[in-house]
Design a protein around this ligand. Structure first.
Ligand code: T6T
Length: 353
């Protein structure tokens, strides 16, 4: 059965290719469904060909397998929404799932969790590794111990041991974020990125997509990237200092939920919300609040529930002797003030299932 019951309402590149007025004026924003593979075409044609957009899993597992989902960090609405997709699919297929996550997005905290989960010998681990290098060896050992490892969201340097890697089109998302800033600040000017930490596959890819696009446009001056360590207060302080140094910044791409929350706070505290256009990745409830109050202009929402659903499908397919796709790419939805109560509403992340 092809798992396609989570609706894909990706607006993304197609919406942003239009003047943003098409996304933000009083008319309803056009909702364009872009298959995730098509979005991947923005990175490389070869990768897009090799990348699936869904996973075929058995209607029911032949036995009650034990799966463990290890989040990037506990309490993050992105991983909570992914957990909801995982639990729904696990219950549909008749398998069990346990969930654990570190208190911070930090490989020194995630690694001991992986080690202890491996010693409990689950059939499969679904994990968002917190660092491309530091999580390589523990996950490779898990696979060598006979555990089916599925990488959901983030990946590692050499993922060849993994059953599948399931993630958003992060490069395409970064590029789309720059397109949004271009539309919001068409006169050009200084722009920067607020990210998490170097070494995280997703946010590094988003930054690359944004950077490549901004460097190709001479109207914009790229001020570089700042790292908030996934802490909103740090992001807020960093943007305040950046605005003191460069009071004429016109746009910030905040590459994940917590960077975006903190960037919005810092810009609001500096009283610059009418000058600085913020485009944030993700769509947690606080981010949506900032969108509604006008501090943030656009959110690039991922499809965490679909990532989780496909993660379960891939794990179970492998355990049932099938060969799931090595790479699966999900799309994204751009939420603006104008579609947040319409098509964009279903892309907002959940705080609980
Ligand atoms: O943006 C998501 C996730 O994709 C990324 O890998 C880490 O940050 C989030 O969890 C949001 O906080």
């Amino acid at each position: 059965m092809t798992s396609s019951r989570i609706p894909r309402i990706t607006i993304g590149l197609a919406c942003l290719a239009l003047p943003l007025a098409a996304c933000t004026n009083s008319k309803p924003a056009p909702t364009v469904t872009v298959t995730a593979g098509a979005a991947g075409g923005s990175s490389s044609a070869g990768a897009a060909q090799a990348t699936a957009t869904s996973v075929t899993a058995p209607a029911k597992a032949s036995k009650n397998y034990n799966l463990t989902f290890i989040q990037g960090v506990a309490g993050d609405e992105f991983y909570i929404t992914m957990q909801c997709g995982i639990q729904a699919e696990a219950s549909k297929l008749g398998v069990s799932v346990r969930v654990q996550g570190p208190q911070k997005f930090d490989p020194t905290l995630q690694r001991p969790i992986v080690d202890s989960v491996v010693s409990s010998k689950p059939d499969a681990i679904l994990i968002a590794p917190t660092d491309v290098s530091a999580m390589q060896a523990p996950l490779q050992s898990a696979a060598q111990a006979g555990i089916d490892v599925v990488l959901v969201d983030t990946t590692v340097k050499d993922p060849s041991f993994a059953t599948s890697q399931i993630a958003s089109d992060n490069i395409g998302g970064g590029k789309a974020a720059f397109e949004a800033i271009k539309t919001l600040a068409p006169e050009g000017g200084k722009v920067m990125i607020m990210s998490v930490d170097p070494g995280i596959s997703t946010t590094d890819a988003r930054a690359k997509g944004f950077e490549d696009a901004v460097k190709a446009d001479s109207k914009y001056q790229y001020l570089g990237i700042q790292y908030s360590h996934n802490d909103p207060a740090t992001a807020s302080n960093l943007i305040s200092s950046a605005l003191q140094k460069d009071p004429d910044i016109v746009g910030v791409f905040a590459a994940n939920l917590f960077s975006a929350e903190g960037t919005a706070t810092g810009v609001r505290q500096a009283g610059k919300q009418n000058q600085v256009r913020i485009v944030g990745f993700d769509a947690g409830p606080n981010q949506v609040k900032a969108l509604r109050d006008g501090t943030v202009q656009a959110l690039v929402a991922q499809q965490p529930a679909a990532i989780g659903q496909y993660g379960v499908d891939a794990a179970v397919a492998k355990l049932e002797g099938q060969q799931p796709p090595a790479k699966v790419q999900t799309g994204f939805t751009v939420i603006t003030k104008d579609n947040v109560d319409g098509e964009g509403a279903q892309a907002i992340y959940k705080s609980d299932c």
